[in-house]
Design a protein around this ligand. Structure first.
Ligand code: IPE
Ligand code: IPE
Ligand code: MG
Length: 259
């Protein structure tokens, strides 16, 4: 049931949940998602892995819309890691082709919905065509006010951190910075996510209990939500459910809460 018709029991369930989270507590400002499990979803159906990736696109569409409806400010989706370049070439090409298809299909809709897209990751590792498609999408959606969508593509958190360290070292060499001025805020300002608050909630689908080189710096105090649901099966109800659970967590940031 991917597209419940308005008024059906499914859309009512989701709008009740939405109502509940919108009145039930703080909405996480930044939600980050490790979209995992496409391959297993396909294998369960005796289909090639790329069939699962295609199905995962539907979930992306639905979750972006749901995040905007919930009032999330920033949604970061881990779509392709630097380590994913090591997959078989046919799978990598299929993933890049799907990315380009996503851009073609969704660009008008994303702009219409007020979604501003950013890409985080090593853009120069993409083929010129994929890179142009991504840059076109970023350009086309600039100024969207409802939701900022970071697509993590060819992303690796350690590389991001090393690049930040390198840029700071260069500034020291140029004489525009002294080492004593380097603090957490300045370091954060040199990451891809400079403009974003840190993620409040990290969701990983498919049950894996690891972060796989994703936002290692930014996740310092994120609440973690791991669900066994495989990414192609993830729906707006699942997102709202994760936010609902988040609203019942006690975030302490290392401190003791006043009793
Ligand atoms: C996530 O699904 C998509 C990408 C990493 C690109 P996987 O392809 O990792 O699916 P599983 O983990 O093998 O099931
Ligand atoms: C993490 O999933 C990367 C993305 C979801 C894009 P992987 O499937 O690549 O991670 P591992 O190999 O299970 O750690
Ligand atoms: Mg995986």
């Amino acid at each position: 049931m991917t597209n419940p018709v308005p008024g059906s029991i499914f859309s009512r369930m989701s709008s009740d949940l939405l109502q509940q989270i919108r009145t039930g507590g703080e909405i996480p400002r930044h939600v980050a998602i490790i979209m995992d499990g496409n391959g297993r979803w396909a294998r369960q159906r005796n289909r090639p892995r790329t069939f699962g990736h295609r199905a995962g696109m539907r979930a992306v569409r639905e979750v972006v819309e749901a995040a905007a409806d919930a009032g999330v400010e920033v949604l970061t989706l881990y779509a392709f890691s630097q380590e994913n370049w090591g997959r078989p070439p046919a799978e990598v090409s299929a993933l890049m082709a799907l990315l380009e298809l996503y851009v073609r299909r969704e660009r008008e809709d994303l702009r219409g919905k007020g979604v501003e897209v950013h890409m985080i990751g090593e853009a120069d590792q993409l083929s010129p065509r994929t890179r142009r498609a991504m840059e076109g999408l970023v350009e086309h959606t600039r100024g969207g006010k409802r939701l900022r969508l970071n697509l993590a593509i060819s992303y690796g958190s350690r590389t991001e951190i090393v690049n930040a360290a390198r840029r700071l070292a260069e500034r020291v060499l140029e004489g525009t910075l002294v080492p004593g001025e380097i603090d957490e805020a300045l370091f954060s300002a040199h990451l891809y996510t400079a403009r974003d608050p840190d993620p409040d909630l990290l969701i990983r689908t498919s049950g894996e209990m690891r972060v796989s080189n994703f936002m290692l710096w930014q996740l310092a105090y994120a609440e973690l939500h791991v669900t066994p649901v495989l990414w192609p099966d993830f729906t707006r109800e699942h997102l709202f459910g994760a936010i609902h659970e988040y609203q019942h967590r006690e975030r302490r940031f290392g401190r003791v809460l006043a009793s």
